[in-house]
Design a protein around this ligand. Structure first.
Ligand code: SF4
Length: 87
């Protein structure tokens, strides 16, 4: 399941550089996550990095983008061709 950034976002930008998939960018009023790039950090980290660094808990699982761990890993492999998943 991809993560999304809720309206609680204060646009501090702490998450943007932490995403291993470059899925986070600055939107009009909050930062936003591209669901085509978010793997819930599967392949890179044991838990979602953006959620770890956010001071207000804005990144949350997005129920509109439900995916299995296998699907998330496939997405990661397409984003990181030739690399080996770290987790
Ligand atoms: Fe990026 Fe991980 Fe957050 Fe998804 S959960 S946006 S891959 S930092």
């Amino acid at each position: 399941m991809a993560y999304k950034i809720t309206e609680d976002c204060i646009s501090c930008g702490a998450c943007e550089s932490e995403c291993p998939n470059a899925a986070i960018s600055e939107g009009e009023s909050t930062f936003v996550i591209d669901p085509n790039k978010c793997t819930e950090c599967v392949g890179s980290n044991p838990s979602p990095k953006c959620a770890e660094v956010c001071p207000v808990g804005a990144p949350q699982p997005d129920p509109d983008h439900k995916e299995t761990k296998e699907q998330l890993l496939e997405k990661w492999k397409k984003l990181h061709p030739g690399e080996t998943p770290k987790v």
